[in-house]
Design a protein around this ligand. Structure first.
Ligand SMILES: O=C([O-])CC(=O)C(=O)O
Ligand SMILES: [Mg+2]
Length: 159
């Protein structure tokens, strides 16, 4: 795939923002890009699971903010939904689990770390709301670029 986040930062330095250094890769693709869909969760991931299961993800990256609450919101089940619907990747400001298996799916997954526990009681989430992650405002329709160096976000499509 023809981009490097370092080159995007140099070439479009006025236009891009970067998320912080604490994301790690747990998916099958280390490099991915796409148009942002935002999801805000409290602790439980039901609305994210339903969204991934029921919506086409071609060209899309889902950015999930769970405010670093220490519960996993993505594992191999949700990765299967996302792979089946052709999402490019998922970015979680929080934690994931089943990470031995999440890398077997052909999409990106980055998160701040792992947690073996999920929050069981169902709670409502919000799809398509503005997020603030690592002091960066993220809106639906932004474009995001991920590789082994980091995560670059821009209001417009760069490549
Ligand atoms: O099932 C869940 O809600 C989270 C998880 O472990 C998975 O996606 O496999
Ligand atoms: Mg699981």
């Amino acid at each position: 795939m023809g981009f490097f986040t370092a080159d995007l930062c140099d070439e479009f330095s006025e236009k891009v923002q970067i998320l912080g250094p604490d994301f790690k890769s747990y998916g099958g693709n280390k490099k991915f890009k796409g148009e942002v869909i935002t999801v805000k969760l409290e602790k439980n991931n039901k609305d994210l699971a339903t969204f991934l299961k029921n919506n086409d993800g071609t060209g899309k990256v889902v950015v999930v903010d769970v405010n670093m609450r220490y519960f996993a919101v993505v594992g191999d089940n949700l990765m299967k939904f996302a792979a089946d619907n052709k999402y490019e990747g998922i970015i979680v400001n929080g934690y994931v689990r089943d990470t031995i298996n999440t890398k077997d799916f052909e999409l990106g997954l980055v998160a701040k770390g792992t947690c073996p526990r999920k929050y069981i009681p169902v709670q409502d989430g919000q799809i398509g709301v503005p997020l603030v992650i690592d002091d960066v405002e993220i809106y639906p329709g932004d474009y995001i670029y991920v590789d082994v160096d980091g995560i670059v976000i821009c209001k417009e499509k760069l490549v």
